[in-house]
Design a protein around this ligand. Structure first.
Ligand code: FES
Length: 316
């Protein structure tokens, strides 16, 4: 997936913990196109593969990509490497843009962003407002004004920027109580926010609701049993744990990198049963016989998995 080598042309601290990185072609060439909601996978200088939303709308021949990275000292190192090891002039390997959170046409939109979840939503809102064709409402939920990237952009009459340190959690029910087939709801943010939006929109048509998919679905999926083929070990995978984590807790070592379904490092062979795929990396050809353990689950009550025999298509 790492198909581009780009150079960091600018870094900007948007908040005490969020830094914006602008990436360009080393010779100033136009970059592959992307749409609002798209992401790229960046290989950090420390070797982690991380997926970041592109914060600008894009277009046919973008001259740059921009991503925002929140420093998380409890993370597995990806954000730390981006903050500590990347400066203007650093070259980074990235994937081509991909989009698992596309913007569908609609007369009206309700965007709900939590914290750094503003990044894909900013690109959507900017594009729609530039076209001035649609009704866009934004609920932007953060902890404090200080930790609110792009807050100066969202001061209009259709923007609600809410800080939980000042006002507690925002009650979303008044915004979601009345289902509206003319409105699409897009939500991106921490898992509890997406779970709340799922719950509060249970009476909406499902096609109207779009959440950042892999995290939300991990949160609400059913438990299942994984059988580790090499030794027949049976591993119960509860709803709140990934297959990857459940296997590891039972002593099965499985390599990983992004843990977001975008790099392919944690692929396993499916020997029996059916996978419920939530990744952005497998081809249609691979899906029947492969599972991405960090995000995907079993569609059946039991699935038999094992190490991938790395003789077919094999990337990374
Ligand atoms: S660790 Fe990257 S796809 Fe699972």
């Amino acid at each position: 997936m790492s198909d581009l080598t780009l150079e960091v042309s600018e870094t900007t601290d948007l908040t005490p913990t969020v830094r914006r990185f602008t990436l360009q072609h080393p010779h100033g060439l136009a970059l592959p196109p992307h749409e609002p909601g798209a992401h790229i996978v960046i290989t950090t200088p420390a070797g982690h593969k991380r997926s970041y939303s592109l914060v600008d709308p894009g277009g046919d021949q973008p001259r740059h990509y921009a991503v925002c990275v929140r420093r998380d000292n409890n993370s597995r190192g990806g954000s730390t490497s981006m903050h500590n090891d990347v400066a203007v002039g650093t070259t980074l390997r990235t994937s081509l843009p991909a989009n698992r959170f596309p913007l569908h046409p609609s007369p009206k939109y309700l965007f709900i962003a939590g914290g750094i979840g503003i990044t894909p939503i900013r690109s959507m809102v900017r594009q729609l407002r530039a076209e001035a064709k649609t009704d866009t409402r934004l609920l932007y939920l953060t902890q404090s004004a200080e930790e609110t990237p792009f807050r100066e952009e969202f001061t209009g009459p259709h923007d609600t920027v809410h800080h939980s340190d000042d006002h507690g959690l925002l009650d979303l029910w008044p915004y979601l109580a009345e289902p509206d087939d003319d409105t699409r709801v897009y939500c991106c943010g921490p898992a509890p926010l997406m779970q709340a939006v799922h719950t509060l929109t249970a009476h909406w048509r499902a096609s109207r609701i779009h959440v950042e998919q892999f995290t939300a679905e991990r949160k609400i999926s059913a438990p299942f049993t994984a059988v580790w083929a090499p030794d027949g070990l049976r591993v119960e995978v509860p709803a709140h744990l990934s297959l990857l984590e459940a296997l590891r807790r039972n002593g099965v070592p499985v390599e990983s990198s992004c843990e977001a379904g975008v790099c392919g490092t944690c692929r396993l062979a499916v020997l029996e049963g059916e996978a419920e795929h939530h990744d952005s990396v497998l081809t249609d050809e691979e899906r029947p016989s492969t599972i991405v353990a960090c995000v995907s689950r079993a569609a059946s009550s039991e699935i038999v998995v094992g190490p991938l025999v790395r003789s077919r298509k094999d990337h990374p």
